[in-house]
Design a protein around this ligand. Structure first.
Ligand code: BGC
Length: 739
C-alpha cells in the first residue's frame, strides 16, 4: 500500500509514549514497546521513563548486576524466555533490554542495570538473554548503543574514546549480540561519541552496525535522545521515541531525502509485521521460582572465616537490619517494575530457623540510636548474627552517578558495634553498584554480596545462608580498595560535556592486574561451601582448543566457573596483563571431576590495530586457567602466526625495519661489517649505535654525513626486497669514495 510522505513521517516517530504510530488507512497497526530489562514495565495509563507511574505486575528478575554474577548463560536464556512470555502475555512486541554498557567506573548510577566491566561477559550474557526473549516471539532492544557509561550529563556528554578502546572494550558486547542473535531492535544512546550524537552517527548506526556487523533490525532512539531528527534519519536512526513528535515530523517533511525515509519506514513496517499476537497468561508461580533460582546463582560469597556459613539452623540466629524485612530488590528509574510478589529474607529465614530480629537502622529519617542499641544487645545474646546492610534507594539510580562507594554512616557504625560484641557476624549486602568494604571487612566473619536480587531475593538469601543452596556466584566487576584506585577515577564523569576515556583499554581488572594495584576482591572472585581444583590443562599449539579437568575436592555438591584468560606476551601494543576470553559454569557432586573443553577463536588472541583498522594477532601468548582475574591456577604458552600483512620496505621504513628484513638485513650487516672492519654496526660504534638510530626513518639516516648509502641505492634495494626486481646487489653498498 502506498504511503504518503506525511504518513511515512508519522511512522518513523512514535505514536505515543510506548507505541508506534498506526496508519489505519494503510492497515499498519500500532505495536507496544516497553521497558525492560529485568521485568516488564507496561504502563496501562500515562507514560514516564523514570519509573514514577504504576505498571502492571510482572516478575522482577534479578537486575543485570546480580544475574551477571551467575556466569550462567543457560540461566540467562531461561530468564529471557520468561521475559518474552510475559511480554507476549501483555501484548508487548519489544522489551527494552538488555543493557550491555561496560562498567567503566563503579560510580555509574546505573551500574545495577549493566552486566560487567568485561566485554566478553557482557556479550555472552546479553546474547543468552536476547536469545531467550526472541525465542518466544517477542523482540529485544539492545541498549544503550554506545559508550553510555555514566549518568552525569548523559544527554549531552561526549565520550572521547580512541579507536582501539572502542573496538576492544565498548563495542564487542554489542557486536557479539548483533552478529549472533540479530536483536529486533538496537537502541541508540543519549550521549555523543567523539563529538557526534549516537543518534546522528552514520558511522555508528550504518557503517558499523549495519554494513560491518550485518544488523538487519531497526534502530530506535532512547527516549528523548534525538536532537536533530533529519540528521538522525540520514544516519540510519529509524524510530524516534517517545511520540508523537510534531517538530520531528515537520523536519522530516522538509527533508529532501526519500531514500533514507523509505529505508526507515520499511524497517518500522518490518518490525510491526514481525510482532506476534497477544500470547497466553504466564505462570506466575513458575516465574517466581525461576526468579529465586536466578537470585541464588547471583549471590557471591566473599568471606567465610571459620566456616561461619552455612548457619546452624538448630541455634537461634540474630537477624539485624531493616533490609532483611524490607528488601531493596531492584534499582530506580525506567527499569523499575511492579513485582508479582516479594520475598523478604526475614520471612524466609523465620520459616526455616529460629530467628530473633532487630531492625538496627532506619531506611527513612528519624532517630535510630535506640534501634542500634537494641540490635547490639541482640548481637550479644546470640551465637551468630546476620546483619543486612546496603545502599538505600536514594543512593543510586538511573539519572545520576554516585559520589563515593560508602555505605550510609549509621549502617557502618552499626556494623562496627555489632562486630565488636559478636565475632560471628555475617554481613549481607544489598547494593546495585559495588560498595566499599574497608574499615570493617576484617572485623566480620562473613560477607555475602547480595546485590539487588529481584523479587525472590529474600528466599534466595535464606537458601544460601542455611546451606540449602551452595553459593556459586563470581564477581563480574572488581571491588576496589578505594574508588581512587579505579583507572577512570580522574576522568569520571568528565569535565562539563566532555569525558575522556584516558585509561584506554585498561578498564577494571585489565588495569588493576596490569598496574599491580591491590584490590579488595578481584573480578571473577567468589567462594563456595566446597572447593574446586584444576588439573591436566592441555592446549593446542595455537591455543585454538583447550581442555582442563575440574574436581570438586569438598564434600558438598556445588558449581564452579572455569575462567579462561589469555595474556599476550609480545603484542606490538601495550596489552592488559590478562583478558577473559571464555568461561564455563559446571556443576559437580562431591569428589566428582569433569573435563571441560573450550574453543578459542582468533579474536581471543587479537588486538585492534589502528594502522590496519582491523583485528591483528601473532606471536606468543599464555593461556591461563584462573580462579579469578588475580589468581592463575594453570598456564600454557601457545604461538600464533602473524596476521599482519608484511609491510613493504620503503625509504620511510625505520632502520630497524631494514635490519629486520630477511633480504636487506643480511646485506646491511655484511656491508657494515666490511666498513667498520669486523663489527656489525652500520656506522662506527657497533650495535649500540644501531639501537640508538633504530627508529629513524631510513631516508633521514642517509642525510647524515659519512653514512655510506644514498637514497637511490635504497630505492633499488627496496624494490629487490619487495620482490619486484632481482639484481646482483653486492656492489651496491660500497663506500661512497669507491663509487
Ligand atoms: C532509558 C532507557 C529506557 C527508556 C524508556 C530511558 O530513560 O535510558 O533505558 O528504555 O528511558 O523508559
Amino acid at each position: 500500500m502506498h504511503l504518503t510522505r506525511t504518513e511515512k513521517a508519522a511512522l518513523v516517530c512514535g505514536g505515543s509514549f510506548w507505541s508506534t504510530a498506526a496508519i489505519e488507512r494503510a492497515g499498519v497497526p500500532s505495536i507496544m514497546i516497553t521497558d525492560g530489562p529485568h521485568g516488564l514495565r507496561k504502563q496501562s495509563e500515562g507514560g514516564d521513563h523514570l519509573g514514577l507511574g504504576e505498571s502492571v505486575p510482572s516478575t522482577c528478575f534479578p537486575p543485570a548486576a546480580g544475574i551477571a554474577s551467575s556466569f550462567n548463560t543457560s540461566l540467562l536464556e531461561r530468564v529471557g524466555r520468561a521475559l518474552g512470555l510475559e511480554a507476549r502475555a501483555e501484548n508487548v512486541a519489544v522489551l527494552l533490554g538488555p543493557g550491555v554498557n561496560i562498567k567503566r567506573s563503579p560510580l555509574c548510577g546505573r551500574n545495577f542495570e549493566y552486566f560487567s566491566e568485561d566485554p566478553h561477559v557482557s556479550g555472552e550474557l546479553g546474547a543468552a538473554w536476547v536469545r531467550g526473549i526472541q525465542s518466544q516471539g517477542a523482540g529485544a532492544s539492545l541498549k544503550h548503543f554506545a559508550a553510555n557509561n555514566q549518568e552525569t550529563n548523559r544527554m549531552t556528554v561526549s565520550a572521547e574514546i580512541d579507536e582501539r578502546t572502542l573496538r576492544e572494550i565498548y563495542l564487542p558486547a554489542f557486536e557479539t549480540i548483533v552478529k549472533r542473535e540479530q536483536p529486533w531492535t538496537v537502541m541508540c544512546s543519549y550521549n555523543r561519541i567523539n563529538g557526534v550524537y549516537a543518534a546522528e552517527s552514520r558511522w555508528l548506526l550504518t557503517d558499523l552496525l549495519r554494513e560491518e556487523w550485518g544488523f538487519e533490525g531497526l534502530v530506535i532512539s532512547d527516549w528523548g535522545a534525538v536532537d536533530d531528527r533529519a540528521a538522525a534519519l540520514r544516519a540510519g536512526m529509524d524510530l524516534e521515541m517517545p511520540g508523537p513528535q510534531a517538530t520531528s515530523e515537520a523536519a522530516i517533511l522538509a527533508l529532501d531525502d526519500d531514500e533514507a525515509l523509505d529505508a526507515s519506514v520499511a524497517r518500522v513496517i518490518h518490525l510491526v509485521e514481525r510482532a506476534n499476537p497477544q500470547g497466553e497468561d504466564f505462570d506466575v508461580d513458575a516465574h517466581h521460582a525461576l526468579a529465586r533460582e536466578a537470585a541464588v546463582e547471583s549471590i557471591v560469597l566473599l568471606r567465610n572465616e571459620g566456616a561461619v556459613l552455612p548457619l546452624d539452623a538448630e541455634k537461634t540466629v540474630g537477624v539485624i537490619g531493616e533490609f532483611a524485612r524490607s528488601p531493596r530488590f531492584q534499582g530506580a528509574g525506567s527499569s523499575q517494575v511492579v513485582p508479582t510478589r516479594v520475598d523478604s529474607a526475614l520471612d524466609a529465614l523465620t520459616a526455616r530457623a529460629s530467628v530473633e530480629f532487630a531492625p538496627g537502622y532506619l531506611l527513612g529519617t528519624g532517630d535510630a540510636e535506640a534501634l542500634a542499641a537494641e540490635a547490639v544487645e541482640l548481637a550479644r545474646r546470640v551465637e551468630t548474627v546476620v546483619l543486612f546492610a546496603g545502599l538505600p534507594e536514594g543512593y543510586e539510580s538511573e539519572g545520576f552517578d554516585r559520589k563515593d562507594l560508602f555505605l550510609p554512616a549509621d549502617q557502618l557504625d552499626l556494623i562496627h558495634r555489632v562486630a565488636a560484641v559478636n565475632a560471628r557476624t555475617v554481613v549481607v549486602l544489598t547494593n546495585g553498584g559495588v560498595v566499599s568494604l574497608e574499615g570493617w571487612h576484617d572485623s566480620v566473619a562473613g560477607i555475602v554480596e547480595g546485590w539487588l536480587l529481584g523479587q525472590a531475593g529474600g528466599a534466595a538469601i535464606a537458601d544460601v545462608l542455611l546451606g540449602h543452596a551452595n553459593p556459586s556466584g563470581r564477581l563480574a566487576e572488581t571491588i576496589p580498595v578505594r574508588v581512587q584506585d579505579n583507572p577512570s577515577y580522574l576522568g569520571f564523569p568528565g569535565d562539563g560535556d566532555i569525558v575522556r576515556y584516558g585509561e584506554g583499554v585498561f578498564v577494571g581488572y585489565r588495569y588493576y592486574e596490569s598496574a599491580e594495584v591491590p584490590v579488595r576482591y578481584p573480578f571473577g572472585f567468589g567462594l563456595s561451601y566446597t572447593r574446586f581444583d584444576y588439573s591436566d590443562l592441555e592446549v593446542a599449539p595455537d591455543g585454538s582448543t583447550l581442555s582442563v579437568t575440574v574436581t570438586n575436592t569438598g564434600d558438598r555438591a556445588g558449581a564452579d566457573v572455569v575462567q579462561v584468560y589469555v595474556a599476550a606476551l609480545e603484542a606490538p601494543v601495550r596489552s592488559p596483563e590478562r583478558e577473559l576470553r571464555a568461561f564455563r559454569k559446571v556443576w559437580l557432586g562431591p569428589a566428582q571431576s569433569i573435563t571441560v573443553t573450550v574453543e578459542l577463536d582468533s579474536r581471543a588472541f587479537s588486538y585492534w590495530d589502528v594502522t590496519t583498522h582491523g583485528w591483528e594477532s601473532g606471536g606468543s601468548y599464555e593461556v591461563q586457567i584462573a580462579r579469578n582475574a588475580h589468581e592463575v591456577a594453570l598456564r600454557a604458552t601457545v604461538k600464533r602466526e602473524s596476521s599482519m600483512p608484511a609491510r613493504p620496505l620503503s625509504l620511510d621504513s625505520s632502520v630497524n625495519d631494514w635490519l629486520g628484513h630477511p633480504v636487506t638485513g643480511p646485506i646491511f650487516r655484511r656491508a657494515a661489517a666490511s666498513i667498520s672492519g669486523g663489527g656489525d654496526g652500520l656506522v662506527e660504534g657497533g650495535t649500540s649505535v644501531l639501537e640508538m638510530v633504530g627508529s629513524m626513518p631510513m631516508r633521514r639516516l642517509t642525510r647524515f654525513p659519512d653514512v655510506p648509502v644514498t637514497e637511490k641505492q635504497l630505492r633499488v634495494l627496496a624494490r629487490v626486497a619487495n620482490n619486484r626486481v632481482v639484481v646482483k646487489v653486492v656492489r651496491l653498498l660500497k663506500p661512497t669514495s669507491d663509487r
